[in-house]
Write a protein that binds this ligand. Structure first.
Ligand code: SF4
Ligand code: SF4
Length: 301
């Protein structure tokens, strides 16, 4: 299993392309190249991460469901007895896609469904009507029952700050696990927004909690500090040419001091406040699951 904490969890941005225009997403500011991960890059990167026992999640600054190989790649990782989750948006769902997604058997699906208030939802996700998004989400939920772990993720912003209780009850009534977290500024990239205001971005220790156990890989196999880096300025290496151990060593060196990246100075991502993990990295899936339960966003907020 894991030789180091830094790749216990890995977000793999299989693409940074997306047809949605969510208001809480600063993706219009991406200046690093845009594209889709190639078969070759996926094979090399996923083989390394599977050997390491990483929990891989297809997410990042793009829509993983728009990648033509997404279902094949999920099945491929699962067939190697490894774990993979995916974060999706209801705008990309239809019956056929939902069916294929469930058949590919990811370990978990997180559906980003910002709000249950129609007006708020349609302001935050202007490319899909609330009723349509709800219909597609409930179709996927029905297909997932007894097969794939699924949860809904909402977001509190300046226009729905008091929604949390109603949101969780709404989904609970439908027997669906849901969490709501506060909108954050994606490393200072969410600018000129009437749905978000920066409250605090101080990092008392100067070190990022998320960076300690989590690694972000772009569609080009570049390892960046995290997905909030829209420029590629936090490059640590790449998983085509570098071994996981090299990346881990570079990350450990960075963690010896305060985070050196400008994007971190404006970051209010809640998980950055997580204290250093204690002891050796998880030796089994069970230990890894226990670790993630202990640091869930619900526990931090
Ligand atoms: S939040 Fe996700 S679905 Fe929305 S625009 Fe950003 S990448 Fe696309
Ligand atoms: S401090 Fe924020 S921007 Fe920096 S690595 Fe951590 S989560 Fe990313």
């Amino acid at each position: 299993m894991h030789s180091d904490w830094s790749t216990v969890s890995v977000d793999m941005e299989i693409t940074n392309q997306c047809g949605s225009e969510c208001l809480m997403c600063p993706r219009e500011g991406i200046i690093r190249p845009k594209g889709m991960m190639s078969d070759n890059a996926f094979k090399i990167v996923s083989d390394k991460l599977v050997r390491e026992g990483s929990l891989i999640t297809f997410s990042g600054m793009g829509d993983p469901l728009s990648h033509p190989r997404v279902f094949e790649w999920i099945s491929g990782i699962r067939s190697k007895n490894s774990d993979v989750g995916i974060v999706i948006n209801p705008a990309s769902l239809n019956k056929g896609i939902s069916q294929k997604l469930i058949e590919s058997r990811p370990n978990s699906i997180t559906i980003s469904f910002p709000s249950i208030q129609k007006e708020v939802f349609e302001k935050l996700c202007p490319t899909v009507l609330f009723e349509e998004a709800l219909k597609r989400t409930l179709e996927l939920v029905d297909l997932s029952r007894g097969k794939v772990g699924l949860r809904i993720a909402g977001i509190t912003t300046e226009i729905n700050g008091d929604e949390q209780k109603d949101y969780v009850s709404f989904w609970k009534l439908r027997d669906i696990r849901a969490v709501m977290t506060a909108c954050h500024g994606r490393g200072g990239n969410l600018k000129d927004s009437d749905i978000y205001e920066l409250k605090t971005s101080s990092l008392d220790s100067g070190r990022c909690g998320l960076f300690q156990f989590h690694t972000f890989v772009t569609w080009e196999a570049e390892v960046l500090a995290c997905c909030h880096d829209l420029t590629g300025a936090t490059r640590i290496g790449d998983l085509i040419n570098d071994d996981v151990s090299i990346i881990a060593e570079r990350k450990q060196n960075i963690l010896k001091d305060v985070m050196p990246f400008p994007v971190c100075q404006q970051c209010d991502e809640p998980l950055r406040l997580y204290p250093p993990p204690q002891g050796p990295p998880p030796k089994s899936r069970k230990e890894r699951t226990r670790f993630f339960r202990s640091i869930s966003r619900d526990n931090l907020s």
